[in-house]
Every structure is written in structure tokens, then in C-alpha cells.
Write a protein that binds this ligand. Structure first.
Ligand SMILES: Cc1ncc(COP(=O)(O)O)c(C=O)c1O
Length: 392
């Protein structure tokens, strides 16, 4: 006979905690069903309404919606006149989309290292990388922490550069109290499913004037310009980058929640700092993000593992976190070390800060529906895994 203890049912595992999860309310789901019944699924009234709301959100600037935050940047570069022979300066610690679009328009990416504290592009190095061929800079607000817009604006002005802000992760972020997107040059956002607000897939571009907005529309849909009932002209090569009404309806349901989502993310980020402040956890030597609770939208909470102190690599830590029921992510490996970019001449050692972060950065769970107790659970699990693998 098994003892009562041995026959007791196993303790139910805590539900798996993903590193992120979208929050779509019932009204939005019902709204999407209405669109599906309406007979108009592609770009139509929902897209126009979403663009109008986004424009209000960004202080009246023209905004156009697209089917990804990647094509928004490619189109922004085209609008800025970036072409073959031009150089565009950006960071190697970003989603590879940021530099792929530079190649897509025929220009040359020029990478400079990150600041290890902010993990975003080192603006001092940008200044040094400017050449007569430099046409634009693409700063990336990694995890929603804004790159210094004052320094960036001054630098661009000094050198006559266009700025395409890769604000894919910055919906809800601000710079000194001003919403990212409400000022600046061309500002590109993503509404991918993991972003702070989503349209499942999608993006939008904030533009300077109606001329640029008209160009964006052309690049968005085969270069077509329509007039009257049957007039159609094509003067440039456009693509197929329009947003659907289904996606736009999701966005219309998400946008009113942005402030509340951002506030909740900031609360949870504060909770992470409280947990990481425990002296026994601090002693583990993890790199923490900048504790900014006013301008960052806390798109992600990322730590940097203390490589030299650990007997294992990041993948093993992730595996053990998963076994503990906790999802983690990598955002991002340093992209100049991808095969495509190595073939163009970049190599190990080119950007030591980005490479170190690329090997050791780890995204922990953070999304509005998370509980305070989840934060403690994540930090507890991570600390015990790291403790187990500390070098003597
Ligand atoms: C920094 C950054 N740039 C660009 C993109 C591209 O956006 P999308 O996935 O909507 O094409 C993303 C999103 O994944 C991103 O995080």
C-alpha cells in the first residue's frame, strides 16, 4: 500500500507565464466580428478611422497605417530620399528589420555600438560615424526607453540628416513628457502582436506633411494615385503594404487602453526593481535596465546575465526558467553577427557592448494582465537558477 503522502495528487503546477500576452477586450472582439459581417475586409472605413485617431493621438500630425512596422520604415527611408550609395547609421542591438530595410532601399547600414547602460545607440559614436554619404539615422527605443531626442535632433540638424525613428516598441513612451511620435521627423511604430498595443500585425508612420502622406499612400499600394471615378496613374514602384479593416478595428479597440496599459507596465517594472533590490538577489550581479518610470513605456523588462560569473550560457537559463513555468525571450542577438551581415564584412569584436548584451540579455515576463506575485515568482526562479550555476 502506498503511504498517503506518496498517493497524494501532485501539486498542480502554476500556469505557464509567457513573457508577453496581448490584452484584447470583448468590445474589440465584437467589433472585429462586425467588420467581418460588414462585407468590407480590406482597407476601408476602419483604417481611415484608425488613422484619424492616431493622428489625434500624435497631436494632429499626418499618420498612415500599414501592414507591418517593417514596411513603415522602408517607406520612411524612401520618403526621406535614401537610395543606393547613401549611408544610414543605426544600432546593431535591434530586431533585424531595422537594418534589413536599409539594404532593401539599396543603401548601406553603418552600425555604431550601444551605450551599455541604456542599451540604445551611443549618440557620441553616431557623431563620429557621419560621413559625406550619411543621409539618415535610425535610432531604436529598445524596450521602449527613448533615445535622447534633444541630442538626436541637434545632431541631425548639425549634419543635415533625416531621422527615421524606429519607435516600433515606443507606443506610449515619451521624451521629457512629450509623446514619442508627436514631434520629430519620420516616426515608425509597430503593432505586432507583442507590442504594447496591437493590430495582430501592422504599423503606422507619423509624417511631416500632406505631401509625405500622399507619397506614403503611393508606396503603400503599388504606386497608384486615383482621381474621380475611373482615373488611375502610377508614377513610382509601390508595394502591397496596406492594413486591413480587421486589423484596424483591433487597433481602434486597443488605442483607448494605451494609457492604462502603460501605467500598469510601469507599476510592474517598479515591482521588478523592488524584487531585484533584495541584497541576496543583487549579489548575483545581474545588469538591470534604466529605472525610468516617466518616459519609458516598459515594452520589455530586460536583464543582462553576468556572463563571467556563470558556468552556463543563457540558453540553459532559459530552459530552466521554462521548466519552472516561466517564458523568457531574447531581444536581440547583435545583428551584425548574422551570416548576411558577416558576409558584408562585420565581425566579432566590432561592437563589444552590443555583442555582450546580445549574448546575455534576457527578456522577463511583463504584460498588463500580470500580477504583482508573478513578478516575485519570476525573480525568485531566476535567482535560484543563477545561484545554482554560479562559478565558485
Ligand atoms: C525594434 C523593432 N524594429 C522593427 C520592428 C518591425 O516591426 P514589425 O514586426 O511590425 O514588422 C520591430 C517589431 O518586431 C521591432 O521591435
Amino acid at each position: 500500500m502506498p503511504s498517503p503522502a506518496a498517493s497524494a495528487p501532485p501539486k498542480p503546477a502554476e500556469p505557464f507565464l509567457p513573457f508577453t500576452r496581448p490584452a484584447i477586450d470583448d468590445a474589440t472582439i465584437a467589433g472585429v466580428a462586425e467588420v467581418l459581417r460588414s462585407g468590407w475586409l480590406s482597407s476601408g472605413p476602419q483604417v481611415r478611422a484608425f488613422e484619424a485617431r492616431l493622428s489625434e493621438h500624435f497631436g494632429g500630425r499626418p499618420v498612415r497605417a500599414f501592414n507591418s512596422g517593417t514596411c513603415t520604415m522602408e517607406i520612411a527611408l524612401r520618403i526621406a530620399g535614401v537610395k543606393a550609395g547613401d549611408e544610414v547609421i543605426t544600432t546593431p542591438l535591434t530586431w533585424v528589420a531595422t537594418s534589413n530595410v536599409i539594404l532593401e532601399v539599396g543603401a548601406t547600414p553603418v552600425f555604431v555600438d550601444i551605450d551599455p547602460v541604456t542599451r540604445t545607440i551611443d549618440l557620441g559614436l553616431v557623431e563620429k560615424a557621419v560621413t559625406p554619404r550619411t543621409r539618415a539615422v535610425i535610432p531604436v527605443d529598445l524596450a521602449g526607453l527613448p533615445v535622447d531626442r534633444d541630442r538626436l535632433g541637434a545632431l541631425a540638424k548639425r549634419h543635415g540628416l533625416r531621422v527615421v525613428e524606429d519607435a516600433a516598441q515606443s507606443m506610449g513612451s515619451a521624451w521629457k513628457g512629450r509623446r514619442i511620435g508627436s514631434f520629430g521627423d519620420l516616426v515608425s511604430f509597430s503593432f505586432h502582436a507583442n507590442k504594447n498595443i496591437t493590430t495582430s500585425e501592422g504599423g503606422c508612420l507619423v509624417l511631416n506633411d500632406e505631401r509625405e502622406a500622399a507619397l506614403a499612400e503611393q508606396y503603400r499600394l503599388q504606386g497608384v494615385v486615383r482621381t474621380g471615378h475611373d482615373g488611375m496613374e502610377v508614377e513610382l514602384v509601390g508595394g502591397k503594404f496596406n492594413m486591413t479593416d480587421i486589423a484596424a478595428r483591433i487597433g481602434l479597440g486597443q488605442l483607448p487602453h494605451l494609457e492604462e496599459f502603460t501605467a500598469r507596465r510601469r507599476e510592474l517594472a517598479k515591482a521588478y526593481f523592488e524584487e531585484f533590490a533584495d541584497p541576496a538577489v543583487r549579489a548575483l550581479g545581474l545588469g538591470l535596465p534604466v529605472a525610468n518610470f516617466t518616459d519609458s513605456n516598459w515594452h520589455m523588462f530586460q536583464v543582462v546575465l553576468p556572463e563571467a560569473r556563470l558556468k552556463v550560457r543563457r540558453a540553459e537559463v532559459m530552459e530552466e526558467m521554462k521548466a519552472a513555468g516561466i517564458g523568457t525571450g531574447v531581444h536581440y542577438p547583435a545583428l551584425h553577427l548574422f551570416a548576411l551581415y558577416r558576409r558584408m564584412g562585420w565581425k566579432d569584436g566590432d561592437f563589444p557592448n552590443a555583442e555582450y548584451a546580445g549574448r546575455n540579455i534576457l527578456t522577463l515576463p511583463l504584460f498588463p494582465a500580470m500580477a504583482r506575485a508573478d513578478v516575485a515568482r519570476v525573480v525568485g526562479a531566476l535567482a535560484s537558477i543563477l545561484r545554482k550555476h554560479q562559478k565558485p
